[in-house]
Design a binder for this molecule. Structure first.
Ligand code: GAL
Length: 447
């Protein structure tokens, strides 16, 4: 636990976290990415439309600033220029090159993101950057044109045998064959990601570096010296529970987050994958839980739903626009993720359950203490935030003012506990202050 002053001082001296000089990567990234909804069906028009919509829908003003191109943007056959070796954008999808998209995106005050892979090929079979890190970093940098920041999402497919890791750690099937005390920061996976980190550092512009290592090789243990954020799990899928082998619903991801939330802080963020809010057949309650929990976990908020229909999907737009939740995610003073304080369902702390992960979470922000109550059940449940169970509120007090982050309304002053009905798969999001509205425990942090 650090004092507020200590915490602020600490910002300047975060030894290992990779906060760029201009502050890039200090807070979770916010923006949009093509993969979750468009996969390979992308074109210049998709990104230019998205950039305009981010502005028109008010999302830019809320902090969504990156327009990120995912896989399948380069020429699958030609791959690289025969003379320069540079990656070649697909001329049908991007007839004016990536440069023109960058110009359009920048002209709206937004930033462009691009995608590559720390292997020979991307997951979609397009040219990867392994062995070309210096050239590709310089190319991406050049395509950025002006001094705006960029984002590089760096994937993990098609690793050639000479780069295979000595040991294996895959979070979904944690058969860890490394000897005790093994330093995963020395693994070939860490080395592959570090080569690109070094190449990006040599560019004369800031690039937000997102490691898409799916939690492999315990990326959370070395990610903070290598990138601004790191993927912690396989690909997200718009479903409540698991779906297919490599596509995962929300609950297994939240379960993993309940065990590893504490690797996140300023400049170093677990990435629980891009948002599926608005996609598939997630119910409104499931969409609310997804957004509230990703905000609470301080995961990047990268929207993955079509924006050109979002004005018509008002309940989804409202979820993505919830300023109080975004403010928690982007808090300037407290960098830690929320943490589970009780698992629920009669389960002991720190145990894994992919259907019913930890249900009671607490975090802190400049506004107060925040409690998130996740109903993992298929029916409505009464859930109780018992103040004596919540670490920063344990000492009690004369009663706490409870505020609903979803509606923006104060719910009243409560002693001992606050109880409400939480619909099936919904998450209540509360701000708790002293009765006079002051922060109940500004010195407390989950870490
Ligand atoms: C996966 C990655 C996805 C998406 C996809 C593209 O490895 O986790 O988010 O980028 O590749 O092929």
């Amino acid at each position: 636990m650090a004092s507020l002053a200590g915490r602020l001082l600490g910002l300047a001296s975060l030894a290992s976290a990779f906060v760029s000089r201009d502050g890039t990567g200090r807070l979770p990234a916010m923006g949009w990415n093509s993969w979750n909804e468009y996969e390979c069906n992308i074109s210049e028009g998709v990104f230019i439309t998205v950039a305009r919509q981010l502005v028109d829908l008010g999302l830019k003003d809320l902090g969504y600033e990156y327009v990120n191109i995912d896989d399948c943007w380069s020429d699958k056959e030609l791959r690289r220029d025969a003379t320069t070796g540079e990656l070649i954008p697909d001329a049908e999808k991007f007839p004016r090159g990536i440069v023109k998209v960058a110009e359009e995106v920048h002209s709206l005050g937004l930033k462009l993101g691009i995608y590559s892979d720390a292997g020979t090929d991307t997951c979609g079979g397009y040219a990867g950057s392994l062995g070309y890190e210096e050239l590709d970093a310089a190319t991406f940098s050049k395509w950025g044109i002006d001094s705006e920041g960029q984002d590089l999402k760096y994937d993990n497919c098609n690793v050639p045998p000479e780069w295979a890791d000595e040991y294996e750690y895959i979070p979904e099937e944690p058969a860890n064959n490394a000897p005790p005390g093994y330093d995963w920061g020395t693994s070939n996976t860490a080395k592959r990601y570090r080569v690109m980190h070094d190449a990006l550092q040599r560019q004369n512009r800031t690039i937000q570096y997102s490691l898409c290592a799916w939690g492999h090789a315990h990326v959370e243990r070395w990610g903070n010296s290598t990138g601004h954020s790191w993927r912690m799990w396989g690909d997200i899928f718009p479903a409540w529970k698991g779906k297919e082998k490599w596509s995962w619903g929300l609950m297994p991801i939240v379960n993993q987050a309940s065990l590893l939330w504490n690797y996140t802080d300023f400049g170093s963020h677990n990435d629980w994958d891009m948002l599926e809010v608005g996609n598939g057949d997630l119910t409104i309650e499931e969409n609310r839980s997804h957004f509230a929990l990703w905000c609470a976990l301080k995961s990047a908020l990268i929207v993955g739903t079509p924006l050109d229909t979002l004005a018509l999907r008002k309940p989804i737009l409202d979820i993505l626009s919830n300023k109080e939740l975004i403010d928690f995610n982007q808090d300037p003073v407290y960098g830690a993720s929320a943490m589970p304080y009780k698992w629920g369902n009669g389960r002991p702390a720190n145990t894994s359950d992919r259907d019913h992960p930890a249900a009671f979470w607490v975090g802190t922000s400049v506004k107060g203490i925040h409690v998130f109550l996740l109903n993992t059940h298929d029916t409505a449940v009464n859930m109780r935030a018992v103040f004596a169970e919540i670490p920063p509120l344990k000492s009690g007090g004369k009663g706490y003012l409870v505020h609903d982050m979803w509606t923006g309304e104060d719910l009243g002053i409560f002693r001992k506990y606050f109880e409400l009905e939480v619909k099936a798969h919904d998450t209540a999001a509360l701000t708790i202050t002293k009765a006079d509205g002051k922060h109940p425990n500004p010195r407390w942090s989950p870490k």
